[in-house]
Design a binder for this molecule. Sequence first.
Ligand SMILES: Cc1ncc(COP(=O)(O)O)c(C=O)c1O
Length: 411
Amino acid sequence: MRNESEVPLTDTPFNIPVADRLKRLPPYLFGRINKLKYQKRSAGIDVIDLGMGNPTDAPDPLITEKMKEALLDPKNHRYSVANGISNLRKEVAGRYFRLYGARLNPDDEVIACLGSKEGFSHMCLALMGPGDTAIVPAPTFPIHAYSVMLASGNVIALDVREPYKFLENVVYTCEHLYPKPKLVVVNFPHNPSGTCIDQDFYVELVRLAKKYKFLVISDFAYADICFDGYKAPSFLATPGSLDVGVELTTMSKGFSMAGWRIGFCSGNREMVRALATIKGYYDYGIFQATQIAAIVAMRHCESAVQAIAKEYGERRDVLVEGLNRLGWDVERPQAGMFVWAKIPEPWAEMGSIDFAMKLMEEAGVAVSPGRGFGEEGEGYLRLAIVENSQRLRQAVRAIGKCLKVEQAPAA
Ligand SMILES: Cc1ncc(COP(=O)(O)O)c(C=O)c1O
């Protein structure tokens, strides 16, 4: 269970303390906003929820039909294999080759996970321990830091909004920290800031990994959601990447299958094996019917992925243009499911948490405060483009009304 309050977890019955690793977690900063959202919803008040990157669109009917069929087959109700069934791993390797030209051996370079978040967390548990340090992106998608902390490792969060500066800071850290960082986590397209990179970034990252001897985890959750002809590069398409790291991908975003809990960790075989070892102890794999439906999804539903990316692109335009017509200064992200919006004057000094509370209370729009992604996120809001365009227009009107500003006419 997540600690939803702002008070850190302490003791259990009989004053028996929780493990120290739980006490290392900072308070959950989205708690207050979530509480208000649930209160409003239970009072029957409509909330436009742009808080979480939780898709509201249904998966392609081919996927759900296959799921229904697989559900009726009794043999799919047994424990499945912890690594994912062989045809699923082959499909993942096939998709990597089709989309990125990356060659993976499905036998030992691909493993299925209960969502990429599970794969990421358990990979950190497999790699990190007391005294080990990981560099993670800042602003920080919380699990990138918390998984390392839960594994008793130390975190250095480096700003990724200028990606090549990030690499310079990785070099600086490697040259000045002893022991050197063991792991560098990257996440492009980046949640929350929407920062994107080109393939050359990974060429340099692989070179640095080999020079300074660190491992790499690339969280590629938003691989499928790119706009305006941009194609997010895969870390695994970089020569030498299989020697130093792995990449996490997911069916949650591009295939709108977030609740199904299916993702993948692919790449360096020793790292994949370390994750497989941990998973072999902790779980019995993904529901087999889900795995079968996922095979069909990857084999036959690429056009649905492109259609959903187009839809997110249109929503991005509606939200960015709408906020800019309110006088905000919001950049158009090239990929991902979020608009990362600088809080306009005179509201910035209120702080992102209180400003997000105001939007929730007075406009009925739920957004994530930038501060929830670490200090580097202060001064920003993250708005997920998960509601349809009409609801996004409604959200912009409600925000304008709450801040008492008129929308400028459309250009
Ligand atoms: C950067 C990033 N990684 C991983 C995830 C989790 O994805 P999954 O549903 O595959 O666990 C998310 C979900 O929001 C995300 O934003």
